[in-house]
Design a protein around this ligand. Structure first.
Ligand code: HEM
Ligand code: FMN
Length: 489
């Protein structure tokens, strides 16, 4: 890449069909790649014929572009000596608000997981905050996830010598210090420059596991390298409409000993409407033009990133396709996004090694049930599945006591999402602090409940009072109104 490329040359290639961009002092031809960009083509077209380094670096690891493009797409080095005032004026920064680090409270002042989200609301960019905190439509499921944990009450036992409590357990054969994994969340660089490497390093230092996401901001190799060489990770898979791409990912994972389980996300066949995300985009620079004079392609629905970024997900993916996944992967298969007893049983019958009861943190179907309700439904309608495979849960888990409640209902472990993503604003130290808070809260809840180790409490409903939640459960299949009506016909 020794050849120098001038400003005059670059500005000639400023349209979607002929799209050269400067990234970190190098010039790339992104015309072929842009339509396949997981962040949507508009993110790229916006910088056609310009310097897109700032936006690129906000979301991606420096070497990602070099690794992703062919030699033919690498056009040369940017010739700084040809810079003109017109070029400088054209490099207008994005209009989204910037984080204000002065607004960020010191890490030592954060004492629970909500504090991490609130800190990010103050100090993260508006756009990143909308993306991370956002959920579907009216946020019904988002809010229910959290508030329904609060409708499940303990029945503590006393005088049981709780001087020593043990929170250790295993997940898919991996030893962990507590039953917690960090949820897969796309583009963690939106929260802080270390992105998923902070999550990986923080998880390893805390003795828990990070499940990395398909649309991560760093490469799989970089994320694995953030932890000691033998430290375990999980991998979350979105199946691509172009199946050969997924096959290539699965093949790569086969060579990576650190990856111990494959979480296939199935609750997002289409990306839902995330209104905060859509609104931020429409408020943004909607009139920005390419050098060629074309308008930006924000459509009438708004400009939601989540919607464009998820367009590669294969909505035809179905139960039969698990056999295809099995053919290409020897990892334990975990179906993430189970929302009913019927589908939990299906996963068990298909021979899956695990499930995650999840509604994508309220980011998929709005009005989908709170996850704790689904876990209770599984306990009531298909208790046998807990012996046949690992049952995990995520969505609104914010307290150590929530973890204990999940375990008492039979869960192997819980996933925690947004608070960990927000903790990345404090780099890996933030992730470790969030994990330490959970660990401390879990130990306290166990002691006060009279539980000294998790195996003793797992699946033991005697520690819980579920009556407040039971009114929200669907009626068992045989007793439902429709079943009764049908039986009369
Ligand atoms: C050629 C190498 C590139 C690769 C492999 C790549 C990959 C990705 C991936 C995997 C995502 C995450 C999608 C998701 O949220 O689900 C993403 C998002 C994004 N990318 Fe890229 N990208 C590349 C180049 C670029 C360039 C050149 C720019 C801009 C100049 C850019 C800007 C963005 C933005 C703004 C997002 C959206 C982040 C969000 O969801 O908030 N990318 N990209
Ligand atoms: C910013 C963000 C990005 C996410 N990206 C993904 C993803 O790429 N893959 C996935 O399976 N789930 C994704 N999720 C869902 C999480 O894995 C998890 O199910 C959810 O966040 C749990 O709820 P909680 O945030 O209330 O803890 C994402 C969630 C958030 C908040």
């Amino acid at each position: 890449m020794a050849q120098k490329v001038s400003v005059a040359e670059i500005t000639k290639h400023a349209s979607p069909d002929d799209c050269w961009i400067v990234i970190n002092g190098k010039v790339y031809d992104l015309a072929t790649f842009a339509p396949e960009h997981p962040g949507g083509p508009d993110m790229i077209y916006k910088w056609a014929g310009k310097d897109g380094s700032k936006t690129y670096n906000d979301y991606h690891a420096k070497d990602l572009i070099e690794k992703s493009l062919s030699d033919a797409e690498k056009k040369g080095e940017f010739d700084e000596s040809t810079v003109t005032q017109t070029w400088i004026d054209a490099q207008k920064a994005e209009t989204i608000s910037e984080p204000d680090p002065n607004e960020r409270p010191p890490l030592s002042s954060l004492i629970n997981l909500d504090d991490f989200e609130q800190s990010f609301a103050k100090s993260g960019s508006q756009k990143s905050h909308a993306y991370i905190s956002g959920a579907s439509n009216d946020l019904l499921t988002l809010n229910a996830n959290k508030s329904f944990w609060q409708k499940l009450w303990f029945r503590p036992r006393i005088m049981r010598n709780v001087s020593i409590v043990n929170t250790k357990t295993t997940m898919f054969g991996c030893d962990v210090v507590m039953p917690v994994w960090i949820c897969p969340m796309g583009v963690a660089k939106t929260a802080g420059p270390e992105g998923e490497t902070a999550l990986g390093a923080g998880a390893a230092a805390s003795g828990i596991i990070h499940c990395m996401s398909t649309p991560a901001s760093f490469s799989i190799e970089d994320i694995l390298a953030s932890a000691p060489k033998t430290y375990p990770f999980f991998f979350q898979l979105y199946v691509d409409k172009q199946r050969h791409k997924t096959e290539a990912v699965l093949q790569k994972l086969e060579t990576m000993d650190q990856v111990k389980a494959l979480f296939i996300t199935v609750d997002l066949a289409v990306v839902s409407k995330r209104e905060a995300d859509e609104r931020i985009r429409t408020q943004e620079d909607t009139t920005s033009v390419y050098m060629s004079g074309q308008k930006n392609k924000i459509d009438k629905k708004g400009g939601g990133l989540a919607r464009t970024t998820g367009s590669f997900i294969d909505w035809a993916f179905s139960w039969e396709d698990l056999a295809w996944v099995r053919k290409h992967s020897s990892l334990p298969i975990v179906v993430k996004g189970i929302q009913s007893a019927a589908d939990a049983k299906m996963a068990m019958e298909m021979g899956c090694q695990g499930i995650v009861v999840s509604n994508h943190g309220g980011r998929a179907l709005d009005s989908a049930p709170a996850t704790i309700l689904i876990l209770l439904e599984l306990r009531r309608d298909c208790p046998e599945i807990f012996d046949k495979m690992e049952v995990h849960i995520d969505g609104g888990v914010r307290r150590g006591s929530d973890i204990l409640k999940a375990v008492c209902l039979g869960a192997r472990a819980v996933g925690v999402g947004r608070p960990f993503q927000c903790s990345v604003a404090y780099d890996r130290e933030g992730v470790e602090t969030a994990a330490a808070i959970l660990q401390d809260e879990l130990e306290t809840a166990m002691r006060l409940c009279g539980v000294t180790n998790l195996d003793q409490a797992r699946g033991d409903l005697s520690y819980l009072n579920t009556s407040e939640l039971e009114q929200y459960l669907p009626k068992p299949p045989a007793r439902s109104l429709f079943a009764a009506l049908r039986s009369r016909l």
